[in-house]
Design a protein around this ligand. Structure first.
Ligand SMILES: [Zn+2]
Length: 244
């Protein structure tokens, strides 16, 4: 596992509209071209999640910008986000190198750490979560409650992968311990496990396991929530190990 940094790149400027001493206010910032930046990031991420480039390959901003017909800025931003997720690593004078997908040992280590952190987070969430936080764990979009077909490419299961990441992040937040949430988020577990996805089978079991966790939280049952999370992670680890 690569040690990663926070992936939310803050772009806060001076607060527009707040007057400064001489009665003027700071100039409004030009809006970022967020949509293009997100599209470039999504496109690069799909390439990596589908393992369409060999691990160790070099990615250069210039070549990618040229291939996609965009300027270097969104490519640079996209690569920095992917670096924070551990999908590429920056090398001085060499640009970015594609990291290898998890091998068996790295997968085992990831689940060892998840099993230390996430059942504890679920136990605390059963006590500290608000009713709204528990409701938020169930996605609004019914389509996200259905599992995608197995063997699909990243583009097909991307929404489900995002939803899974959201579930675990919200639950960690509901523990009420921000450092625990940050530690869980920094593992970028869903990025690394879904990169192994194409042979990992349908996640219908994962959906049932999530529902069991939510049920225990609704009952305000700390032991039950902890156990349900342990069952989910143990099941996910076994499914991924089987697929490797
Ligand atoms: Zn999950």
């Amino acid at each position: 596992m690569t040690i990663t940094k926070a992936d939310d790149v803050s772009d806060e400027g001076p607060v527009a509209g707040r007057p400064v001493r001489d009665g003027t206010r700071p100039r409004l910032r030009r809006p970022r071209r967020t949509v293009l930046a997100d599209e470039v990031y999504d496109s690069l991420k799909a390439m990596l999640m589908n393992n369409a480039v060999e691990p160790g390959s070099r990615l250069t901003t210039d070549a990618l910008a040229q291939e996609m017909g965009v300027s270097r800025t969104p490519v640079r931003e996209g690569l920095a986000r992917l670096e924070s997720e551990g999908l590429v690593v920056k090398r001085p004078l060499a640009g970015y190198l594609v990291t290898p997908p998890l091998d068996r040992k790295a997968l085992d280590e990831l689940y060892t750490v998840r099993l230390l952190l996430e059942p504890a987070a679920a136990r605390m969430a059963a006590v500290h979560a608000t009713d709204q936080q528990i409701r938020d764990l169930v996605p609004d979009d019914p389509a996200l409650r259905d599992a995608p077909a197995s063997g699909a490419g990243y583009e097909d299961y991307q929404d489900f992968a995002t939803e899974d990441g959201r579930f675990h992040d919200l639950l960690a937040a509901a523990s009420g311990v921000s450092l625990l949430q940050e530690s869980i988020r920094r593992l970028h577990a869903h990025v690394h496990t879904y990169r192994l996805w194409p042979s990992a089978g349908t996640p219908i079991e994962a959906l049932r396991e999530h529902a069991a966790i939510v049920e225990a939280l609704r009952r305000r049952d700390p032991g039950g929530a902890e156990e349900a999370m342990r069952t989910h992670l143990t099941g996910a680890h076994a499914r991924l190990t089987h697929a490797l």
